[in-house]
Ligand binder design. Structure first.
Ligand code: DHK
Length: 151
């Protein structure tokens, strides 16, 4: 399976580090990207890292991932709770998908407790801060190349 992984970020995550730091922390999205790139080298993965405030761009990147990627790590941000269109796009992807939330959405408002994306995700990471992206990449790497078990 392809060792290319798309790391996709939804609306307002361009403001990471400045936006509600008591919830989302002080690390910027550029820091997250740099950490993902360092870890990807260790895991022998290639990554494409994107953020958009526009739902259609995220859908277009999922369609691009269909053609070339083995996995997706996605923080859909607020689209998590609203977007049937992103769920439909993810349902066309055959590789591994890990959903990441920086905050623990289950400790927050009730409207954040439901995720359309979880209906497709192979795993969900919430409340681990920006470290969740590294955890997500490690899990995708394991799903792309499962550890061999002796017969
Ligand atoms: C980020 C957002 O922007 C919110 O809309 C989600 C998610 C939670 C996060 O924790 O990364 O509800």
């Amino acid at each position: 399976m392809s060792r290319l992984v798309y790391v996709l970020n939804g609306p307002n995550l361009n403001l990471l580090g400045k936006r509600q730091p008591e919830i989302y922390g002080h690390v910027t999205l550029a820091d997250v990207e740099a950490e993902c790139r360092t870890l990807a080298r260790e895991l022998e993965l290639e990554i494409k890292f994107h953020q958009s405030n526009r739902e259609y761009e995220i859908i277009d990147w999922i369609h691009a991932a269909r053609e070339e990627a083995g996995g997706i790590v996605i923080n859909p941000a607020a689209f998590t709770h609203t977007s049937v269109a992103i769920l439909d796009a993810l349902n066309t992807f055959e590789g591994a998908i890990i959903e990441v939330h920086i905050s623990n959405v289950h400790k927050r408002e009730a409207f954040r407790h439901h995720s359309y994306v979880s209906l497709r995700a192979d795993g969900v990471i919430a409340g681990c801060g920006t470290q969740g992206y590294a955890l997500g990449l490690r899990r995708v790497a394991a799903l792309i190349e499962p550890v061999a078990v002796a017969a």
